[in-house]
Design a protein around this ligand. Structure first.
Ligand SMILES: Cc1cc2nc3c(=O)[nH]c(=O)nc-3n(C[C@H](O)[C@H](O)[C@H](O)COP(=O)(O)OP(=O)(O)OC[C@H]3O[C@@H](n4cnc5c(N)ncnc54)[C@H](O)[C@@H]3O)c2cc1C
Ligand code: SF4
Length: 335
């Protein structure tokens, strides 16, 4: 294990000063500690941010909600108002990890969890994300879990979060602070595609701390939403493909739609053109299939993950069909 210093901070400005000097924040530690144990990440200083008083879940501007960066995933998913007004988010969080992990994991940390590509975790192999310029063995190797959309020559990794798929569908906004000031990042711009810098997962700048996530009012989608996650085991497994779907219906006619996908790209995947194609249509399989074809335009497999092309289309149709029947409020495992 690499030597590092550990500081506990109870004050945001003091924590930001540490981050400006190159320290890395630690929240629940459920991803960062694993990465440090494997030698994938080697921070020289950790700042424990758990004392920063950023765990509130409260009303946000314009009838929305504000989720503190340090609120635990379990507390967010089971929050009474989140469950009622954002059942899509609740379901997505409860589809992830295990009750113990969700009790520890924070909202900010969830956004910044790193890919589960096997090569990324194995420091004995090349990997452009871990070591830029070293190569990408996944393209011709173990790629069953990996991306079919938005890939590059350099990297075909997927972003593993379930929560982020719902946040993308809900048009969330990430609020960040650094010693230089603060800014809002629309969720669409928060995660990035690999391009020729696969080492960068997000547009977060060095020294920036996530303080909260804003959810805009989405009440019109409340009654018809669904999160579908297809995985190798029923629990404690990352998505092969997942879909967050929400519909605003007038009888059987679609007024508006939201569809985001996980397990298929380096960021939650959303194509607004597919949603626009549903507007004014009857909520039926033909319309859902046509939207799926737009969402999956340009998709390609790399051998082991070719099955995702069919799986993704089926999952989109299933998620939209389930949403159209009415929200099945997340029951999930209890904490
Ligand atoms: C066995 C296992 C199974 C899992 N299964 C799933 C799954 O099915 N679906 C799923 O979505 N997730 C899954 N996870 C991942 C889990 O959700 C994440 O590990 C967790 O959300 C990370 O949150 P954390 O608070 O523990 O982050 P940490 O590990 O503390 O931090 C993660 C990263 O975020 C940074 N960070 C943390 N907070 C902030 C902040 N406020 N501002 C700036 N930077 C910050 C840290 O520096 C670090 O780089 C699984 C994890 C494990 C171990
Ligand atoms: S897909 Fe990305 S993370 Fe996986 S080996 Fe290639 S460069 Fe590394």
């Amino acid at each position: 294990m690499n030597p590092f210093t550990f500081t506990q901070s109870g004050d945001v400005d003091a924590a930001l000063a540490h981050l400006a000097a190159g320290a890395r924040p630690i929240a629940g530690g459920t991803n960062l500690i694993d990465l440090m144990k494997e030698g994938v990440m080697r921070p020289g200083e950790l700042v424990d941010i758990n004392g920063l008083n950023l765990e509130k879940i409260e009303d946000g501007p314009d009838k929305g909600m504000r989720l503190g960066a340090l609120a635990r995933n379990a507390d967010t998913a089971y929050h009474e108002t989140v469950r009622r007004r954002y059942p899509l988010l609740s379901s997505a969080i409860l589809a992830g990890a295990s009750p113990q992990l969700r009790n520890m994991a924070t909202n900010g940390g969830n956004l910044l969890q790193r890919t589960r590509c096997y090569y990324f975790y194995d420091v004995g192999t090349p990997c452009n994300k871990r070591e830029p310029g070293s190569g990408c063995p996944a393209k011709d190797g173990l790629n069953r879990q990996l991306a079919i959309l938005g890939t590059s020559e350099q990297c075909i990794a997927t972003h593993p979060s379930d929560m982020c798929v719902a946040l993308r569908a809900l048009d969330a906004v990430v609020h960040v602070r650094s010693s230089k000031g603060e800014r809002d990042i629309p969720f669409a711009d928060f995660h990035r595609l690999p391009g020729d810098r696969p080492d960068l997962d997000t547009t977060l700048q060095p020294g920036e701390l996530i303080t909260y996530i804003d959810l805009p009012d989405a009440d019109r989608f409340m009654a018809h939403s669904a999160y579908i996650k297809v995985r190798d085991r029923l629990s404690y497994a990352f998505a092969l493909v997942s879909v967050a779907a929400a519909l605003d219906l007038d009888g059987k006619t679609i007024r508006a739609a939201r569809i985001a996908m996980g397990g298929v790209a380096h960021k939650p995947w959303r194509v607004e053109e597919a949603e626009a194609a549903l507007e004014g249509k009857q909520a039926d399989e033909a319309a859902f299939g046509a939207a799926a074809d737009i969402l999956l335009r340009g998709a390609r497999g790399y051998g082991q993950n070719d099955f995702k092309l069919t799986l993704a289309r089926n999952a989109i149709v299933q998620a939209l069909t389930t949403a159209a029947r009415g929200t099945d409020y997340a029951k999930g495992e209890q904490r």
